[in-house]
Write a protein that binds this ligand. Structure first.
Ligand code: PEP
Length: 256
């Protein structure tokens, strides 16, 4: 059985005081879920204090990006070992905003994922098509190309341990969610591709998150799809009430 995982991507939002308050409220209200995992991804300089605040819960912390090298002359970058040191256990890699605004390439995503695993971080590898690509009927071609590059440097056993986040670019921050059917169609194709590239048994173990305007009112329908194992949440993770409702909607009614 795949363990569902809900992650909140705070992007470049929230002051430290706001981040600590939000993490505290999430911890207090859903910090002990056993039916799945909850992950928060604050801005890099807040990883350490947020991880400390969450130390007595089972909520994990993610970085929003990493460099592929363990150390070196890369001004302004963060290495996987430093991320681990700061208290994170996951790292989001290849988010569409990184691809769009910071020149991240398919090959670079593969290298970062490789390095994250080498240093003990669980990568959340993001893939997804733009609106133009969808409208041109190229969704599966684009998603499979990005997926292939992301997993190329990994062994089948390593692939089984990563998280793949399918995030159609046209649904990120737009309020326009893929319908559960649209998301399931692509998730099923991703799992088929994983089976071809590794094995059916490995593909069955890989957790596939959906991301793109996930809200309290659409999480249950998305999670009801057989190949959707969680969500990567942007805007709705910045507010305790909506994120907690998403967690509860996805993982059930367990509470402290
Ligand atoms: C994201 O940035 O990963 C995301 C899914 O954002 P939003 O939920 O705001 O669409």
């Amino acid at each position: 059985m795949r363990r569902p995982v809900i992650a909140g991507n705070w992007k470049m939002h929230l002051s430290l005081a706001e981040g600590l308050a939000l993490a505290t409220e999430i911890r207090n209200r859903c910090g002990r879920f056993r039916t799945g995992e909850v992950v928060l991804a604050p801005v890099a300089v807040q990883i350490h204090p947020i991880a400390q605040r969450l130390a007595d819960s089972n909520i994990a912390v993610a970085a929003q990006n990493c460099h592929a090298a363990a150390k070196g002359a890369f001004t302004g970058e963060l290495s996987p070992t430093q991320i681990l040191d700061a208290g994170a256990t996951y790292v989001i890699i290849g988010h569409s905003e990184r691809r769009q605004f910071f020149g991240e390439t398919d090959e670079g995503v593969g290298k970062k994922g490789r390095s994250a695993l080498d240093h003990g971080l669980i990568p959340i590898l993001c893939i997804g098509e733009t609106l133009a690509e969808r409208e041109a009927g190229r969704t599966l071609e684009v998603v499979c190309r990005q997926l292939d590059a992301a997993i190329a440097p990994l062994s089948p056993e390593e692939v089984a341990g990563v998280i793949i986040a399918y995030e159609p670019v046209w649904a990120i921050g737009t309020g326009r969610t893929a319908t559960p059917n649209q998301a399931q169609e692509v998730h099923a194709a991703i799992r088929r591709r994983l089976a071809e590239k590794t094995s059916p048994a490995v593909a069955e173990r890989v957790r596939l998150q959906y991301g793109g305007s996930v809200k309290p009112d659409n999480i249950a329908a998305l999670m009801a799809e057989p190949d959707i194992d969680g969500a990567l949440v942007g805007g709705a993770s910045l507010e305790a009430q909506s994120f907690i409702q998403i967690v509860t909607g996805a993982l059930g009614a367990e509470s402290n």
